[in-house]
Every structure is written in structure tokens, then in C-alpha cells.
Ligand binder design. Structure first.
Ligand code: HEC
Length: 443
């Protein structure tokens, strides 16, 4: 329908040109506002995208590529299918914006009148937030020129002499050429994870134990290309950093052909007033028992947790899989038996996108939160490291994972350790495949 409308208008304007000049689509009037709103966070110097789209001079050579990318909905990257709830960080171009870009590119990409140009967006240099506190890795991490670098875990002394409530956080790489992604964990006093680690020393193989609900380790900051600062203030909430906590930097580096270093940091903004709600990021439904048969082009894996608090509300979802990941659905089954899909979308390993719920979604105690993922372990998957392999859970890209990080808010007086318990399919011993949707009956 939209394609029809588009070709019709192009055809009409073609006729109109013969009679009288028509107001045509120009960069300054029509295209720049679209780029400012939807593209420039990534397409500017020093950010993740390969080229800048800040100005006409920057954008003009890319006119045809821009058209192709938006018509195919490759850009801006956004994978959520429309479901009942909306996302606050939705990045989807309207049909009319796509049509404008297409006709601009097709008509020779004119610049237009300088007076139509909106004021340039101002991007604060470096931090996207104004940090009250900055915590930096105490020493440079030394990267070799080549080879696989395992995940690194570095414990950093917190020096927090009082409880902190954090409304937003931003992790920034010291060297964005090498940090593929990273996290900064809150490790409260008494947590067993990394308890024996020396400050500032990089450790490997410490993935296990960081998501133990009873240990209270929460993710304070995250870095993924294009993710930017994270805000926790939805519903008046904030993240809790108990007095005496340490931080652990979890870093996934990629070698770039020459030896180099990185020293990443985390900036946080503190709440002005004590909040009523706490924001907590959980690993969510997790399929550490997954088995993906060799060659299977559509292997299904299902995982589940059950809510243990009375007043938890879902505010964020970020599916996580590796190179064989195809798609992910997050479904909730309420104690009444009623079920609802709250996220569904294609998965692309290069874009570990997170989805902010526009409105907190209450998850009453006893609600089952289900992750449903599909993997392509066939030779048709160009990213597949080895289609002949039976794949299990593991930290490396050639292993797989299936979980969905979920952000929840709940009363500050609640015990985060009671938030979820693993249930249903996530309790099964690994079989020959799955566990699949059929295992939902297992309770
Ligand atoms: C979240 C960050 C992000 C946003 C937002 C974004 N891009 Fe990109 N874009 C990238 C990255 C990274 C690449 C290079 C990797 C790739 O092609 O997937 C890219 C690649 C491109 C390419 C090159 C594609 C090719 O075929 O080589 C074009 C054209 C493009 N973007 C246009 C846009 C336009 C137009 C918008 C806004 C409507 C936009 N992008 C929004 C990050 C982004």
C-alpha cells in the first residue's frame, strides 16, 4: 500500500514539474530533522557508525545508501515487532519519513535553502550525562595485537562510605576501538563472587556466580555500541549501591592488529531525594541447560523464572544470545493463566539492543516470565562458527546463551533476593535438544 502511494506521488510530481515548480524535498528542510532525531546519536565522529551524517557535506555521498538502508528498515537498527506494550526508546521511521528520504535520494539529493536548516544538535563532549561520581579502572588493560581475548573481570574498590541511590549511569570505553562491550557490576559487601580477587588485577573465567540472586550483584552500567547512558528513574526509581560495595568491570575486548591499552570508566548520577522504588537488573529467564542439535536451522529453547515479590514491575528487556541467535520472545503468564507477549523480535548478535518499556508492567507474585528463543545452527547461517557441533551454554561466541536481562522496579523495602526463582523448563536436566515450549507444562 505504502509502496503504491510512493510511486503514485513520484509520478504526480513528475507531471507537475512540467506545469510549475513543486516544493520538493530538500536536505535542510526535510531530511536533516529526520537524521537529527533518528541517526546522529550513532552517525557522528567518535561514535559507532562508520560515517557522520551531521551535515549536508557528510550525508550527500551517502544519499543512495541512506535510501536503501531506510527502505529495507536496516537503519535505524530496531528489532522489536509491534506488541501490546510500547517502548520509550522506539527508533522506527514513519512511512512518510521513509518516503521523503527516498524521493530526496531519487531527485539528486538537493541541499535546499540554508534558512530551512534546523539548529545543529549539541552533543556534549564525552559524557552523555553529568556524572556526580566517576570510577575508573585503576590500571590500563594491556591488549595483545592478535588472538582471542577472554572476558576480563577487574575488581575495583568502591570507597562508598554511605548507601548510594543512582538515577543514571554511563560506562565509557577508554579505547572504543577495542572494547566490544562491557558491564560494571555492583558487588555488595558479603557477595561471594570475585571475593578473593585482588583490586585492579584482570581475571578470566569468572562468569559463574555473578547472577546468583541471593548474592545481590546488580549491573550498574553497561557499554554496547550505540547504547549510551542508562536511566533508572522510571516510576521514580533508582539503583541501590549499598555502602561498602565494590565494582567489577566485565570487559569483552577485540584485538585490532596492534598492541594497545584500554582504561574504561563509569559515571553515575545520584538521586536528589531518597527514592521509593528500586531499579534492579536481573539476568531474567536463563537457559543454562540449553542443547542445540548440529545442523538445526530453527532450534527452540525455552527458559522460565517465577516472580517472588508482590509489587515488581517490568520496565526493560534485553535479549541475549550469541552468533546462532535468530529471534527472541518474552512472554508472561499471569497467575490467572492469562498470557501476554511483551517483547518479540529478530535477534542480531551485532546489536545487543535493550528495550525500555514506556509504562511499567506489573508482574504479580507467581507470574511466570518465559524466554522463547530460536537458533540457526545450520550451514545457512553465515555467522555460524560450526554447524556440525552440538552447542551448549557457555561464555564464548562459539558457545550459546539464551536469556533476557530484565529491568524491574519494586519497593525499596523489598528483598531483591526474593525477586525470582528459576522454574519450569529452566529446572530440567539438559536433554538432546531444547528445552522447548512443550516443557512449559513441566512445573
Ligand atoms: C544505534 C546506532 C545507529 C543508528 C541510530 C543509526 N545507525 Fe546507521 N549504522 C550504524 C552502524 C554501526 C553502521 C555500520 C554497521 C552496519 O552497517 O550494520 C551503520 C551503517 C549505516 C549505513 C551504511 C549501510 C551500508 O550498506 O553500508 C547507512 C547508509 C546508515 N547506517 C544510515 C543510517 C540512517 C539514515 C540512520 C537514521 C535513520 C541510521 N543509520 C541510524 C549505526 C547506527
Amino acid at each position: 500500500m505504502s509502496a503504491l502511494r510512493l510511486s503514485l506521488s513520484v509520478c504526480l510530481s513528475g507531471i507537475a514539474v512540467l506545469a510549475a515548480p513543486i516544493p520538493s524535498v530538500t536536505f535542510n528542510k526535510d531530511i536533516l530533522p529526520i537524521l537529527q532525531k533518528n541517526c546522529q546519536t550513532c552517525h557522528r565522529p567518535g561514535e559507532v557508525a562508520p560515517m557522520s551524517l551531521l551535515t549536508y557535506t557528510d550525508s550527500r555521498p551517502w544519499a543512495k545508501a541512506i535510501k536503501t538502508a531506510v527502505v529495507n528498515r536496516k537503519m535505524p537498527p530496531w528489532f522489536a515487532e509491534p506488541v501490546a506494550n510500547h517502548f520509550a526508546n522506539e527508533r522506527v521511521l514513519s512511512e512518510s519519513d521513509i518516503a521523503k528520504i527516498a524521493s530526496w535520494a531519487d531527485n539528486g539529493a538537493p541541499e535546499g535553502d540554508a534558512k530551512d536548516k534546523p539548529a545543529p544538535l549539541v552533543f556534549p563532549d564525552g559524557w552523555q550525562l553529568k556524572p556526580d561520581i566517576v570510577v575508573e579502572m585503576p590500571a590500563d588493560f594491556q591488549l595483545p595485537a592478535t588472538g582471542t581475548i577472554n572476558y576480563q573481570f577487574i575488581r575495583v574498590k568502591g570507597n562508598f562510605d554511605r548507601d548510594l541511590w543512582v538515577t543514571s549511569a554511563e560506562m565509557r570505553p577508554g579505547n572504543s576501538a577495542v572494547l566490544h562491550h562491557g558491564k560494571v557490576w555492583i558487588v555488595p559487601p558479603g557477595s561471594k563472587w570475585m571475593a578473593d580477587a585482588e583490586y585492579g588485577v584482570p581475571y578470566e573465567g569468572r562468569e559463574t556466580g555473578r547472577n546468583e540472586a541471593g548474592d545481590g550483584n546488580d549491573i550498574l552500567g553497561k557499554f554496547n555500541p550505540g547504547l549510551g547512558a542508562q536511566d533508572f528513574s522510571i516510576g521514580g526509581a533508582a539503583k541501590f549501591v549499598p555502602k561498602g560495595s565494590d565494582l567489577v568491570f566485565e570487559l569483552h575486548y577485540t584485538a585490532i592488529g596492534k598492541a594497545t591499552t584500554d582504561r574504561s570508566k563509569l559515571g553515575i548520577v545520584l538521586a536528589k531525594n531518597p527514592p521509593k522504588q528500586r531499579y534492579f537488573l536481573s539476568a531474567g529467564p536463563t537457559a543454562s541447560n540449553l542443547v542445540i542439535p548440529p545442523g538445526d536451522g530453527n532450534a527452540e529453547v525455552v527458559s522460565e523464572v517465577t516472580v517472588g515479590l508482590d509489587d515488581a514491575k517490568l520496565v526493560y528487556a534485553q535479549p541475549h544470545m550469541h552468533l546462532r541467535g535468530k529471534d527472541f520472545e518474552l512472554r508472561v503468564i499471569y497467575p490467572t493463566g492469562e498470557s501476554q507477549t511483551v517483547f518479540k523480535g529478530k535477534f542480531d548478535f551485532n546489536w545487543q539492543l535493550g528495550y525500555d518499556f514506556a509504562k511499567p508492567l506489573p508482574l504479580p507474585k507467581g507470574t511466570r516470565v518465559i524466554g522463547i528463543s530460536h537458533f540457526d545452527n545450520s550451514a545457512n547461517n553465515a555467522f555460524n562458527p560450526d554447524p556440525a557441533k552440538e552447542v551448549r551454554w557457555g561464555p564464548q561466541n562459539w558457545d550459546e546463551m539464551s536469556n533476557c536481562f530484565i529491568g524491574l522496579i519494586f519497593d525499596v523495602k523489598d528483598d531483591a533476593a526474593q525477586l525470582f526463582r528459576r522454574s519450569g523448563p529452566s529446572l530440567l536436566a539438559p536433554g538432546r535438544s531444547g528445552p522447548t515450549l512443550a516443557a512449559l507444562e513441566t512445573r
